[in-house]
Design a protein around this ligand. Sequence first.
Ligand code: NAD
Ligand code: AKB
Length: 316
Amino acid sequence: MENILIIGAAGQIGSELTLSLREIYGNEHVFATDLKKPAKDVSETGPWAILDVLDNKRLVHFVIRHNITQIYHLAAVLSGNAERIPIQAWNINMEGLMNILDLAKEIPEIKKIFWPSSIAVFGPTTPRQNTPQLTITEPNTVYGISKIAGERWCEYFFEKYGVDVRSIRYPGLISYKTEPGGGTTDYAVEIFYEAIKNGKYECFLEENTYLPMMFMSDAIKATIDLMEAKPEDVKIRSSYNVGGISFSPKELSNEIKKHMPDFEITYKSDFRQKIAESWPQSINDQEAEKDWDCKTTIKIEEMTKIMLDGVREKLQ
Ligand code: NAD
Ligand code: AKB
């Protein structure tokens, strides 16, 4: 019997991952926790609680009380927000992860941990096209530094203490259920809201800024596939590259124009332009495909249609 704890369940990923895990393991076995109350479809379909990942005492208590066997630790401060509060972001991102890793080391009933890394582990000296799994990682953002340090700690806890921790370097994730939490790739979600609400969007990245992206259903599937892989197939214990699609704001706005010919986009870049320019434009994910058969399916055309329909329905 698995009992799963999700930390950061009210966020962009957690709000969808919780529901997918409840379908697999049963509503009552998936505990949604966050600093804030999750949306109704999460809070009304299974157990939820307010839980701060930095509150180690309550965390230990919660895990023992509910016989937790797997943890998905999603709480973090994302790239754009982290640049505004660097020390606080470092503390939240690192202390949270260290609490979880240490817990898994001390409590043998915890069998598996998922912790997401990001394409932010790469930096301006990384090759930007088809970025390989193993390459230069010299991030120059607080968020990226916390993610690369986190990856090293994950591998360390696996090697030294046998903690079964698994991770994906997510690209920018696109979804309409819950709005994203302050990242550099958020423009690719905001654009849909503004298109539907106002018919126009002022983008904070320049028109030809290519970034790797992925639609949420592909990200959720990849996450669950990795967590269900046999331990011996999970060869990389830092974090796996996972590819998805790659496009620029201009290409995305052209896709939107196919459905909304009057849609207008203008560009006024801010500090996030520099972050975007330090990240890969496309990702090589052959290791994830080889080790646990990772596959993504949703391309920009289909994603645009799903997003426009989904945002329209949500705003109604
Ligand atoms: P999000 O900001 O939407 O959600 C994070 C959630 O964590 C929020 O609901 C927040 O309230 C909660 N939280 C913050 N501090 C907390 C604390 N101390 N204790 C408990 N909960 C706390 O983020 P997301 O987009 O869902 O991302 C989840 C994870 O995936 C993060 O680690 C992020 O770095 C990683 N990631 C996300 C993306 C993306 O595009 N969304 C890409 C790469 C990696
Ligand atoms: C961000 O832009 O900070 C995130 C990420 C790619 O990690 N979406």
